[in-house]
Design a protein around this ligand. Structure first.
Ligand SMILES: *Cc1c(COP(=O)(O)O)cnc(C)c1O
Length: 368
């Protein structure tokens, strides 16, 4: 890739929506019941696939995915954030859908191979951009038999993303979904599977129609306990200053165990906050927000990092959190996370997988 191509790409990236433009390559692996995994990951040009119309994944939804990010660190080195944790969750998701588990080592190989080839797409001179990696595993066997498929395809693709990194993320407004549930006990709520998203879009649309940016999910049994926001986990801050406490709903089996959630629990504790995993009811959320006990609420996930929640709507009820503004604990934890990503703070927990310089970066440097 030349400098000019880099310039062009950057403009294209910022104009398109999240996930509409991809780098030049993808990584592929296949699995069959007879032979298992097909050796090491192969790097191919990003492009269309030939698939059978009878592909099982298309009909029965055996599809799981991941989302993780590569950042350019202060020293110029590319680092992937907690790929091992994503690899393990990918296995857990696959297991829940009766799919083969990709060994962690092959997942990491795929990440390495991709970053080596396309990591250079991440501009060196623009802070706040990151390379979002999307691994996906789907049943590719041509069979409509109602049983787990006997052939699967793994792909890893990526794209450059930005915008989510702004220093002053605007607080979002949320609608509590009373009509729809995301996940039920015994269901697939803790798996990152395609169907969970398909089942959520209508609720998301309902929220948008009501003038809210996101939907908040309650537990499916009592419709009382706050679980998640869209595709992100939620945190609640009580109090202010050094004695503030930070709480997030426990992983009951219907929540997606976010890597960001896990990271923030650690980072908040490290900063001296009392952290807890605790069920919070909608009534509690409203009453404590109105009385000022809950001072902040934020959502977190790989794509959007840490985003303040400013306003909540629940039927006739409508309330602000922290006056509808972004709060200091939210912003502190967001900064703690981005400092880690970008190598401004030490990698105390060994969360960052550092990559050798990507192929394309060498080209660029050699040209200059
Ligand atoms: C992916 C996802 C999250 C966030 O997980 P991270 O590992 O932090 O990106 C939260 N909730 C749902 C439903 C998700 O799909």
């Amino acid at each position: 890739m030349t400098r000019v191509a880099g310039e062009r790409r950057r403009r294209v990236t910022t104009r398109r929506e999240f996930g509409e433009w991809f780098t030049d390559h993808m990584v592929m692996l296949t699995w069959t019941a007879e032979t298992g995994w097909s050796g090491r990951p192969r790097v191919l040009p990003f492009g269309d696939l030939r698939l059978s119309p009878a592909m099982a994944g298309l009909h029965y939804g055996q599809v799981v995915f991941e989302g993780l990010k590569v950042h350019r660190r202060q020293d110029g080195v590319l680092g992937t954030f907690r790929p091992d944790a994503h690899a393990r969750r990918f296995q857990q998701s696959a297991r829940r859908l009766a799919m083969p588990e990709l060994p962690e080592e092959l997942f990491l190989d795929a990440v390495d191979a991709f970053v080596r080839r396309d990591g250079g797409a991440l501009p060196a001179d623009e802070e706040g951009l990151s390379l979002y990696l999307r691994p996906v595993l789907f049943a590719s066997e041509a069979s409509l038999a109602l049983r787990p498929a006997r052939a699967y395809t793994f792909l890893l693709m990526g794209f450059v993303t930005g915008g989510f990194f702004s220093d002053r993320p605007d607080p979002v407004s949320v609608l509590i979904s009373r009509e729809f549930s995301r996940a039920a006990p015994g269901g697939t709520g803790q798996a990152k599977c395609a169907g969970n998203y398909a089942g959520a879009f209508l609720a998301q649309q309902t929220a948008a129609d009501a003038g809210c940016q996101q939907v908040v999910w309650l537990d499916a049994v009592e419709h009382r306990w706050v679980e998640e926001m869209g595709g992100m986990n939620l945190f609640f801050v009580r109090g202010t200053g050094p004695t503030a406490t930070v709480a997030t709903p426990p992983l009951t089996g219907t929540l997606l165990p976010g890597v960001t959630r896990d990271s923030l629990l650690t980072l908040a504790e490290e900063r001296g906050y009392t952290v807890s995993e605790e069920r919070i009811s909608v009534d509690q959320w409203r009453e404590e927000s109105e009385s000022g006990v809950i001072t902040e609420t934020f959502s977190c996930g790989t794509a959007a990092l840490v985003t303040p929640v400013g306003q909540v709507r629940d039927g006739e009820n409508d309330w602000l959190i922290g006056g509808g503004k972004q709060g200091p604990v939210t912003m502190e934890l967001r900064a703690a996370l981005t400092d880690l990503h970008q190598g401004r703070s030490p990698d105390t927990w060994g969360w960052v997988r550092r990559h050798p310089r990507p192929v394309e970066l060498h080209h660029i440097e050699n040209e200059g």
